[in-house]
Design a binder for this molecule. Structure first.
Ligand code: RB5
Length: 148
């Protein structure tokens, strides 16, 4: 089932793409909360990953999107938070499967890696693809154990 609200963040490298992604999500009725950054001025991506992950671990949001230059720094920072399963994706197969198999709650990608059209496809899959559970639930539970 498609989520009806999502939290989103970026660093300076991804500011322009983030605004386009927000407009794309809003156009389909998905509310967005933007945790920043709010300009193209150079900034530190871990701050925005941290702000976004706290909105998810607190239960305020189910899923979030983090965009930096590569998506990698954001995913590393996000995965340091207990309960966060962040996936850095630059193809649609991975974006779909990380929802179905990993129950990923944060999607990361790079504004210097993917174009605008692919970014829209990635976020569309991420907001609309359900977790399959079943045999994958045991493995996701093992990820939770690794948090401890
Ligand atoms: C910023 O130059 C860049 O390092 C950042 O956006 C990101 O790609 C880090 O992983």
């Amino acid at each position: 089932m498609k989520v009806n609200k999502i939290v989103i963040g970026c660093d300076h490298a991804a500011y322009d793409l983030k605004l386009k992604v927000i407009a794309h999500l809003n156009a389909q009725g998905i509310e967005t909360e933007d945790v920043g950054t709010h300009s193209t001025e150079s900034c530190d991506y871990p701050n925005y990953a941290d702000a976004l992950c706290k909105k998810i671990t607190s239960g305020e949001y189910e899923r979030g999107i983090l965009i930096c230059g590569t998506g990698i720094g954001m995913s590393i920072a996000a995965n340091k938070h207990k309960g966060i399963r962040a996936a850095c994706c630059s193809d649609t197969f991975s974006a779909r499967l990380t929802r179905e198999h990993n129950d990923a709650n944060v999607l990361c990608f790079g504004a210097r890696v993917v174009g605008e059209g692919l970014a829209y496809d990635l976020v569309d899959l991420f907001v609309s693809t359900d977790y399959e559970g079943g045999k994958h639930a045991r493995r996701v539970a093992m990820l939770d154990e690794l948090d401890k």
